[in-house]
Write a protein that binds this ligand. Structure first.
Ligand code: NDP
Length: 316
């Protein structure tokens, strides 16, 4: 047992990322039932949809699970009401100020975690009273920090500065990368991209297959003027790049992005015109697997690699 497994009441220090359009109750409950912390991604769910997913998740698992609430969500008050009403054990907040909701959530008996991309915001989150932080580096898919701090740099910086538990995220999809993050001081890891390509994810099959086929350099962090996001370099990404080369205004970029791009790509499977959010690790995700198998593979590799650390191959 470590600080994170104790805090959440879980067996394995693996947190499944709450990814918009990809993290339904089926995925969250599968991860929780297998000993990790499953997370429902509420950012793409209307309030009634989130409530349905929470109820179904509670029926599908007796184990703790979480809801990810991006704080810039338009109807955030309603999502907050839902998680309190249904006594969701853990809430992972992101994309906003942790001071706004932490106290209210904690008074309702909820464990609160905030997602950060810098040590500065990890410290702010700690002062706001959160129980742990997810420190997410440059390699991660979806929303990301402007500073481009890599996971290797970020985790050491954050773990040196805060006393609360740290969950490492960004570039972690295997047992080896999980172990590396723990060596850097993390108490647990958050895995996103690999779960996008899980059987239980609600990503469109076209998107899952595109992730499986992705290679090195296929993703890029863009739209830094708005909300920085890592996505696959498809036709839509090409249009953004053309706009940048013509020094497009913020208004023009917003117009080009429009509404519902992420839904179009990740949920409806439009690989050309949709926004396809995935991390750099997509390059070595090469099959769609059940969430339990993903977790077993990660844990097995973690322990095997740990054993090898005591062998001579690490002497010099
Ligand atoms: P857009 O403004 O482009 O579109 C809004 C999308 O969210 C639509 O597809 C809409 O579904 C859906 N939606 C769900 N609930 C609501 C609501 N109450 N009001 C309006 N739309 C709603 O936003 P994005 O798709 O880029 O982002 C949606 C949300 O996801 C945001 O809250 C954002 O914080 C979060 N997000 C999180 C990311 C992450 O990495 N964690 C990455 C990107 C976004 P419909 O089409 O069915 O109306």
């Amino acid at each position: 047992m470590n600080r994170i497994t104790k805090l959440f009441g879980i067996e394995k220090p693996i947190i499944q990322a709450g990814m918009i359009w990809c993290s339904p109750w089926q995925l969250a409950s599968a991860v929780s039932n297998h000993g990790g912390l499953g997370v429902i991604g509420a950012g793409s769910m209307y309030p009634d949809v989130l409530e349905e997913h929470v109820i179904k998740c509670k029926n599908a698992t007796k184990m703790p699970f979480a809801v990810n609430l991006p704080l810039l969500y338009p109807d955030i008050d309603q999502h907050i009401e839902t998680v309190i009403k249904h006594k969701v054990p853990v809430v992972i907040t992101s994309a906003g100020n942790p001071k706004t909701w932490t106290k209210i959530l904690k008074e309702a008996g909820i464990t609160v975690v905030h997602v950060v991309s810098s040590a500065k915001f990890a410290l702010k989150s700690e002062s706001a009273g959160v129980d742990a932080v997810v420190a997410e580096g440059f390699e991660a898919g979806g929303h990301n920090g402007r500073e481009e701090t890599t996971t290797l740099t970020l985790i050491q910086d954050v773990t040196n500065k805060v006393s609360i538990p740290v969950i490492a995220a960004g570039g972690i999809a295997t047992g080896k990368s999980m172990l590396a993050a723990m060596v850097l001081g993390a108490d647990a890891v958050q895995i996103g991209s690999r779960f996008v390509a899980s059987e239980e994810s609600s990503a469109h099959l076209n998107f899952k297959n595109r992730v499986v086929q992705s290679g090195e350099g296929d993703t890029s962090l863009t739209l830094k003027e708005m909300t920085p996001v890592r996505m696959i370099k498809n036709e839509f990404y090409g249009k953004l790049q053309s706009a940048y080369s013509e020094n497009a205004s913020l208004e023009h970029l917003k117009e080009l992005l429009g509404r519902g791009r992420a839904k179009k790509g990740m949920f409806e499977g439009d690989l050309n015109e949709g926004e396809l959010e995935i991390g750099q690790v997509a390059t070595y995700i090469n099959k769609i697997q059940p969430a339990s198998v993903i977790m077993d593979e990660v844990i097995l590799e973690y322990h095997n690699t740990r054993r090898q650390l005591s062998s001579k191959s690490f002497d010099f």
